[in-house]
Design a protein around this ligand. Structure first.
Ligand SMILES: NC(=O)c1ccc[n+]([C@@H]2O[C@H](COP(=O)([O-])OP(=O)(O)OC[C@H]3O[C@@H](n4cnc5c(N)ncnc54)[C@H](O)[C@@H]3O)[C@@H](O)[C@H]2O)c1
Ligand SMILES: O=c1ccn([C@@H]2O[C@H](COP(=O)(O)OP(=O)(O)O[C@H]3O[C@H](CO)[C@@H](O)[C@H](O)[C@H]3O)[C@@H](O)[C@H]2O)c(=O)[nH]1
Length: 326
């Protein structure tokens, strides 16, 4: 299979590239390197370009002619999306529109798209499955929901077959330690905890102890990045199955929630030392609990996460953070 990974130099995209390579597929990456890293991808054909420009993505679609397009490229900082919504609609929403039109023009009909639990907004039930109403509470979530809606329309009207994967909290790193999470600024909990552990930050700031949860700290469902990548390959198989619809939607998580303080304590156990922390006010727009109901991915895709335990997820991230290469 020939795969084109858009946003393949980023955190999740680069793990996808490795997973595709290990499975023996031919891979190319399209990226503008706005948040991605050249060092994160090797032995792969690289097209440098911006998805917002049809003139830059079109020749790649027509020249490389992938069997499958995997689309990871997006801006994904919730706070930034609230102060600069135009950036999110231009990059995320219009980017998908440009991609869909290019795929239609060049008769490419298989797409897997990275979406997010942020489309659900405040949870109304303990585990969020795909039937939960969508009601984003930030522009980032809305930009992804608009993308999903466009993808669904193109499936209905133009013969596209697509899988939309709504990730919960992507975490961990490839067990080889060669690639991992390197955002600047880093806003995610586990890398911030491990930066404090390794001394790249004085401490980790914990946002709020007054949430409506069992211990007052926010609860999230952390899912290993390679388990996410595996789900993409299984989704491609499902796109080729006649018994599955043209537009498919799956939540991806372990179905288990951990509070911020539980993550911190688990990280301390992994690294073998106390990690300095300070308590701050709640971060605007943080829902108290986000835990996936991911039974559909398990039953239809046959997806079983291989690194579901929090301490193992953190251990892979710790390996990366100790010798961070980029
Ligand atoms: N990290 C998470 O926990 C999480 C959770 C849910 C969903 N997601 C989604 O998964 C995807 C990947 O997230 P990530 O954490 O790896 O992000 P990332 O920022 O590490 O990677 C995004 C990649 O896309 C590239 N890119 C961005 N805009 C582009 C454009 N216009 N043209 C070409 N390339 C462009 C960047 O350079 C980068 O390499 C995103 O779509 C994100 O919304 C992430
Ligand atoms: O330095 C930090 C960073 C985070 N947190 C808290 O830790 C939890 C997790 O935060 P973070 O790692 O930033 O993830 P989320 O805000 O849950 O968002 C991630 O997971 C969502 C899906 O669940 C996706 O939509 C987003 O793209 C992705 O960034 C939240 O309660 C934060 O308030 C801290 O206390 N300190």
């Amino acid at each position: 299979m020939k795969a084109l990974v858009i946003g393949g130099a980023g955190y999740i995209g680069s793990h996808m590239v490795k997973t595709l390579q290990r499975a023996g597929h031919e891979v190319a990456v399209f990226d503008n390197f706005s948040t991605g890293h050249r060092e994160a991808i090797e032995d792969v054909k690289i097209y440098e370009g911006d998805l917002q420009a049809a003139a830059e993505i079109d020749p790649v679609l027509s020249g490389y002619r992938p069997d499958l397009v995997l689309h990871f490229a997006a801006r994904s900082l919730v706070a930034e999306s609230m102060v600069d919504p135009a950036l999110y609609h231009a990059n995320n929403t219009c980017g998908v529109m440009t991609l869909l039109d290019g795929m239609r023009r060049h008769k490419l009909d298989r797409l897997v798209f990275s979406s997010t639990a942020a489309v659900y907004g405040f949870p109304q039930q303990r585990r969020i499955d795909e039937s939960h109403p969508t009601a984003p509470i930030n522009t980032y979530g809305w930009s992804k929901l608009f993308c999903e809606s466009m993808i669904s329309d193109y499936c209905r009207a133009y013969g596209l077959r697509a899988a939309v994967l709504r990730y919960f909290n992507a975490s961990g790193a490839d067990p080889s330690g060669t690639i991992g999470e390197a955002h600047e600024p880093e806003t995610h909990l586990i890398p911030n905890v491990l930066r404090a552990a390794v001394g790249r930050a004085d401490k980790v700031t914990v946002f709020g102890k007054d949430h409506d949860t069992r211990d007052g700290y926010c609860v999230r469902d952390y899912i290993h990045v390679n388990d996410l990548a595996d789900a993409h390959l299984l989704a491609y198989d499902a796109l080729n199955r006649a018994d599955q619809p043209d537009f498919q939607l799956y939540n991806l998580g372990n179905g288990q929630g951990f509070s911020v303080i539980e993550v911190l304590r688990a990280a301390e156990a992994v690294v073998g030392r106390t990690i300095p922390m300070e308590l701050a006010d709640r971060r605007a727009g943080d829902p108290p609990v986000l835990v996936a109901g991911a039974g559909k991915a398990r039953s239809i895709l046959g997806w079983t996460p291989k690194i579901p335990e929090l301490h193992r997820i953190i251990a892979t991230a710790w390996r990366w953070h100790q010798e961070q290469r980029y």
